[in-house]
Design a protein around this ligand. Sequence first.
Ligand code: PCD
Ligand SMILES: [Cu+]
Length: 809
Amino acid sequence: MKDEVQTPEDRAAGLKGMGCSRKRVEDVRFTQGKGNYVDDIKLDGMLFGDFVRSPYAHARVKSINSEEAMKVPGVVAVITAADLEPLGLHWMPTLAGDKQMVLADGKVLFQGQEVAFVVAEDRYAAADAVELVEVEYEELPVIVDPFEALKSDVVLREDTVDENGKATDGAHGPRNHPNHIFTWEAGEEAETNAVIDSAEVVAEETMYYHRTHPCPLETCGSVASMDKVTGKLTLWGTFQAPHAIRTVVSLISGIAEHNIRVISPDIGGGFGNKVGAYSGYVCSVVASIVTGRPVKWIEDRMENLMTTAFARDYWMKGKISATKEGKITGLHCHVTADHGGFDACADPTKFPAGFMNICTGSYDIPTAYLAVDGVYTNKAPGGVSYRCSFRVTEAVYFIERMIEVLAIKLNMDAAELRRINFIKKEQFPYQSALGWEYDSGDYHTAWDKAMKAVDYDGLRAEQAQRVEDFKAGKTRSLMGIGLSFFTEIVGAGPVKNCDILGLGMFDSCEIRIHPTGSAIARLGTISQGQGHATTFSQIIASEIGIPADDITLEEGDTDTAPYGLGTYGSRSTPVAGAATAMAARKIRAKAQMIAAYLLEVHDDDVEFDVDRFVVKGAPERFKTMKEIAFAAYNQAIPGIEPGLEAVSYYDPPNMTYPFGAYVCVMDIDVDTGVPDIRRFYALDDCGTRINPMIIEGQVHGGLTEALAVALGQEIAYDEMGNVKTGTLMDFFLPTAWEVPNYETDYTVTPSPHHPIGAKGVGESPHVGGVPCFSNAVQDAFRAFGLTHTNMPHDHWRIWKTANDLGLHD
Ligand code: PCD
Ligand SMILES: [Cu+]
């Protein structure tokens, strides 16, 4: 047998297990146009739904007349809140414990809000009829500024005040104003204030992390099919959490959960946009129940940008204190969080501001305090973690800007300031002042590697020369060196403190080995492009010695997959990836007993060797996993059940804390405000690396979205509440033209509690990237007196910064 001359290394390589840059198995399908997205689903007799949406940001809805719309040939129904009310479906619960109108119930709170749902034989008839629904509005005063909202006597949410107009308690406690949603605090306020008040040096800054949007290639959509004969509802949709959607649909519709099958087919990018529940999902279900026919709803691009899942919109006010030598002593942060018309933030229930309390970053800061006030305004609801784990991008942006501002105040090099404040390797597991336990890290090693790779001192010397040349009139270009060091917090999360609407955030994997030694694995997560079918098979391959190519991986069908909380917050690898390893280990344990029986030795006398069990001390006596699998189905083994399969529901003991060191070198044309990214170096540490090529792809994608957010992407409103950036003409999506060549690098600091030591990576590059790009822009102007300017740094804003600093005079 050829097998016997192979070394263990050869055998391991043949498995394409962990550490292998295995090519993505999904891409054969995708590159040939054989993907199967929601809009590809076509069912017999399928109807199409489309929304009438509000042109106003705040208005009373006085009447809705659908007579003319109903006359359009092919129109089957026009559904309004009045039709949903008897079913109790005119409002729906949000992930944040608030409730949200499914269709306008007496008033509208943001431009583009769903007012009526038109159902027709085809999309065109539906769109024509949408135009003919007559809605009479009475305009109300519009509030788009959260600070103004907290002072105004205009009550946005009349359903949240008592008969005296006083704010009733919300899902996260008392509210101090009708437009106030919650106050959330972490850390020690009095102690932090005392430290800051008596500090040698204090730096203060207010920064706005603007509103933006994940804008995936595929917009949101669903197809609902109610089978009146079997009583079964099948719901296909762009869901990042299909099981949670099933439970929520069951709870709000009253349909028994076993009669609901939710399927997430291929998803064209999620980035947080597809975590929440939208009116379109509910309306397609209701329309299918009412008409007895399948109903499809697919958003267009403008609807996606204007009404679903915005991200950020955080006003962050910070104070940071230090000794004269630069040792940080305290951090104070207050956030005013603009949540729009409904609090539909996608965060674990106990965290109304997500993991914003990771804002002490990668630094050993002994005292800190954070308070977040959520506020209602006349903007779209959402608040999703667009490529970051629940507000971690806000937290990291905040601290990485505060470090720069402090460096300016101390007249110190920002790289050195970071270095002297990093949490030290021997301090892990590290308890942060705001309540987290960082699992592992080696920040100094990563930072030194990054500084060396870019020749940091050389860059600073070049920059100083550039400033001199600029002042001497020899150049009109400035050079910015952007630094950032981030710690992410991913893998929500221990069930004891992380749940969504009461559903604990564990995750799952089920593995079945077939008689011939190939396998199928199913997970509670759902890939949206991350490549789970490729990487999770690699974990199984290494754990039980079956080639990754012989494993089918399935996700997203609630009738077949074990229950899980889905894919967002980079939780798939930390949680479902751990479940995968644990399920595989159960199979390996059973395989060991089978092998021992077949080899006629005691269980403890065989040991696992890549793809087989070998008798200890007698390497020529072994059973391969293939042989063991066959035996499991083919012969009676005393004391052992037939078959070879296992399931694991994994509740992680802690989250994982990936980190990284990024450097961006940028030249800025002072007269046009155009930045030219000369270099971007990204070192990521995500613990054990499953697939280096996929990791690199994730880093490229995350950095590109970071570039977008830092340099131009924005959902902007005018004072009337009109969305000014509702199309791709105005909403910046970077192309190959703007994107630089990324240099990627890594260190490996495994997670001590994860079965294979892996941490998440999908969001990291975004979290670390945004401050890095922003710091580069701001650093270019440091020599001319700039301390801080808000993102997005589009050409005009950069030009304006130069102009304000007198550089055009
Ligand atoms: N160590 C390690 C880690 C990781 N990995 C890989 O990588 C990936 C990723 O992972 P993670 O980090 O775990 O994550 P996930 O969970 O899976 O996912 C999620 C993420 O992911 C990212 N990425 C991506 N990609 C794509 N393509 N698409 C998409 O959509 C997306 N999204 C984004 C986001 S935003 Mo959120 O939702 O906002 O929260 S969150 C997120 C996968 O495949 C895995 O397996 C490896 O290999 N290794
Ligand atoms: Cu986030």
